[in-house]
Design a protein around this ligand. Sequence first.
Ligand code: NAD
Length: 429
Amino acid sequence: MVAQAVPPVLTTTDPTYQTALRQYDRAVAYLPNLPSGVVEFLKWPRRELTVHFPARMENGEVKIFTGYRVHHNTVLGPSKGGIRYSAHVNLDEVRALAMWMTWKCALVNLPYGGAKGGVVVDPHQHTQSELEAITRRFTSEIILLIGPKIDIPAPDMGTNAQTMAWIMDTYSMTVGYSVPAVVTGKPLNIGGSLGREEATGRGVIVCMLEALRQKDITKSPPDISVVIQGFGNVGSHAARRAHELGFKVIAVSDASGGYYNSKGLNIPEMYAYARQHRTLADYRGEAEPITNAELLELPCDVLIPAALEGQLTGENAPRVKAKLIVEGANGPTTPEADDIFDDRDILVVPDILANAGGVTVSYFEWVQGLQEYFWDEDEVYRRLERILVRAYDEVVNTAERYNVNMRTAANITAINRVAQAMITRGFYP
Ligand code: NAD
């Protein structure tokens, strides 16, 4: 007798991946006409690679590191997604982040699938030359999965433009010619795009402006208070843009803790400080210290979580006082917290919409690189805003049509788009 194939079952104990899968289940419940095989397939990562590799430290010691690259889906085009350096990164977290990239790219109509990568390393514990050694070796370990037409990495938590330069150089040296389009988020002098560094934070503020209109908050910007968790790439640029537009940024935080001033913080000074010291620790400007937990519960108009996953939970969501939440980070809100925010009429602009500015300008960078024709900053920002506002309106319309919140609406839109493309392409062989 031939043994029956048992379909694999996707289970996880990782809270971030659990969140991604539950969000998926919630959205596909509104798409009953999709074939069940397609619904099942889109849950799974298409391919994933785990690597263990050595790198030499400055003191001569050789250390072993673990890294991952996951392609969640490639139906709409080459896969796209950041590389994260964090002591806590694990395969399930990368799977979740790769899945969110698929939906994010589809939502803003980019011709990309979703991917993500990570290395288990705390970048603050290493010198630049050690980070370079780790990055170059990691690149060569995952080189079979990346390429300008295959999978294009970008910065994420713990990585930056310099990391992308090392990846681009390692890839280029391997193939024997320069391939700037293998990564995005590169420095400008090797083919980066104007506006890429600021793009995610700026896009968050584009979405915040739309959300303020949607919530009918008509106060003038100086009377609108904004609280931001995280002061890295996303948080600091969101803070700068909000400050530039006249909003009152009353609290920001990073891993060193929170900084609060009810009259508004001096964001340009804090940005300069953080750039110089790589942290806000010991910042002595006009601000009182608060904890990250307190920051999330401050009375304010807008809360922008822009650091880690799983920050707004069933436990603290009842105490959140913001009128609207714009997700700069990926996965900062658990499904339990989403339900509480729905009940409390707190509008949540979901990550795959609110932080899509980064991948959108990454796409612009890739297009400019392939065409070897570069745009000015105004052009980048104009196109970015048009794409985000269009996606925002589409999510609002879907939310009204299905009577769901913005997250489920965004996921319905994105998942359906990928599913329909898959059905149109057919099933090989
Ligand atoms: P980053 O490494 O530049 O900054 C992360 C920030 O979070 C730092 O200020 C760090 O100190 C802070 N932080 C760490 N632990 C914290 C804690 N416990 N409490 C408060 N703050 C803490 O990373 P980033 O690129 O700004 O990414 C932040 C989030 O945005 C991540 O979820 C990432 O996936 C997401 N994201 C980033 C981009 C991008 O273009 N960089 C695009 C889309 C989404």
